[in-house]
Design a protein around this ligand. Structure first.
Ligand code: AMP
Length: 286
């Protein structure tokens, strides 16, 4: 496995592989990798001849008062996990390699970005789309892998790729959880012991909502009210949102029909965590 911080080197390596007729998958990450990221890399390795993991804390997807400077980083641990999972190249650029001092071009999906996390993080998805678009332009990847953990992000990337005719397959992968249900996240490391215990309310609420839908409840208001009740029972939790939306458009729905996303964002102390589930009344992909 190789590691490079250079756009030119990453591009040359992928070009070489493509010339040899090999397929190449991309797993975009912000590093501090855990089992959730690993599941994406393992899947990419199973479905492609070569796998590139980008490991880059993307400054432009953080708001002014967010955790850019404190976001956890551990490239040595990331190398070990990537190697184990079957990656062939880690792309680990410095911010200045990705963003020239006079960088001024952004990509934005208007519709899908406005709700849910877009309300509290108005420039977040513009930053995500821009960096993912840049990664897609660095080399000719066949597939790119994203977790359903960030379901709105996945919907935004799918919309961007469709709208801008990007010749790449977007693959959605299931949420990997801790034993007690908490979705794995690099941000879980911010939690102290008490907060870590409290954080289980996100998955509790999500599982409760899912159970209600499986039992036939279709009214969004009834489902979200019950999910809120589960979260509000935890004194350390403060709700940002609990919503049922269409999984593709991220528009609010009144009834759980077709493919719906039940999504929550909750502050546990000062840490903002998200979780979700997708419920389908007909079959379909993630
Ligand atoms: P991040 O490093 O947080 O930007 O995440 C990089 C990719 O890993 C994104 O596509 C995430 O959705 C995905 N990911 C993060 N946590 C999980 C998880 N617990 N299960 C599945 N995918 C995840």
């Amino acid at each position: 496995m190789k590691i490079t911080g250079s756009v030119r080197e990453a591009r040359e390596q992928v070009k070489k592989w493509k010339k040899e007729g090999l397929s190449v998958g991309l797993v975009p990450t912000m590093g501090f990798l855990h089992e959730g990221h690993k599941s994406l890399i393992v899947r990419a390795a199973a479905e492609n001849d070569r796998v590139v993991v980008s490991d880059f804390v993307n400054p432009i997807q953080f708001g002014a008062n967010e955790d850019l400077s404190t976001y956890p980083r551990d490239i040595e641990q990331d190398k070990r996990l990537c190697e184990e999972a079957g990656a062939d190249l880690i792309f680990h650029p410095e911010p200045k390699e990705m963003y020239a001092a006079d960088f001024s071009t952004y990509v934005e999906t208007k519709a899908v970005s406005g709700g849910l996390c877009g309300k509290t993080r108005p420039t977040h998805f513009r930053g995500v789309c821009t960096v993912v678009c840049k990664l897609f332009h660095i080399a000719d990847f066949d597939r790119a892998y994203f977790g359903q953990k960030d379901a709105q992000q996945l919907a935004v990337i799918r919309r961007m790729a469709r709208d801008l005719n990007m010749d790449i397959e977007i693959v959605g992968c299931p949420i990997i959880r801790e034993k007690d249900g908490l979705a794995k996240s690099s941000r879980n490391t911010y939690l102290d012991e008490e907060e870590r215990k409290a954080a289980v309310v996100l998955s509790k609420a999500v599982f409760r909502g899912e159970e209600m839908m499986k039992n036939g409840e279709r009214k969004a208001a009834v489902i979200t009210e019950e999910m809120r009740r589960v979260i509000e029972a935890e004194p350390l939790a403060r709700i940002d949102y609990v919503e049922l939306v269409d999984a593709g458009s991220i528009e609010p729905v009144e009834l759980a029909e077709g493919r719906v996303l039940a999504a929550v964002a909750v502050y546990i102390g000062r840490t903002r965590l998200i979780d979700n589930f997708i419920f389908e009344t007909q079959g379909g992909e993630l």
